[in-house]
Each structure stands twice: as C-alpha cells, then as structure tokens.
Design a protein around this ligand. Structure first.
Ligand SMILES: [Zn+2]
Length: 60
C-alpha cells in the first residue's frame, strides 16, 4: 500500500507552548539563534544542541 507522499519544501514549524523549548526530533535543548519575520509572522529560529537541526517555532 502506498501512502500519499507530501514532500513539501516548506519547513516544519513547531508551536511554542508552555513546555520548555526542546527539539521536536530528538528532545535535546534548543539554543535560540534569531527572530525572523516570515509571511508577516514572527518565527523563532533555534538550533538543536543535540541533532543540530534548525528548529523553527511560531507563537500560536
Ligand atoms: Zn534535535
């Protein structure tokens, strides 16, 4: 059975919530890098200290 593929170039955003900022992939702590504005929305750019991914977060 084939699952529909949704390969989108859009980055994955995580919603900021009350929990401490941790990586959505590996759970390690994040280091805040910068605040960007994308499409009129403020996006918090973080780097995971574990897997080194760029983690983008938006406020809900
Ligand atoms: Zn990580």
């Amino acid at each position: 059975m084939l699952l529909p593929e949704r390969q989108e170039d859009a980055p994955t955003y995580f919603i900021i919530n009350d929990q401490p900022d941790t990586c959505g992939y590996c759970g390690a702590r994040l280091e805040f890098i910068e605040l960007k504005e994308l499409d009129g929305e403020e996006v918090f750019v973080n780097e995971c200290l574990g897997c080194k991914r760029e983690i983008l977060m938006v406020e809900n």
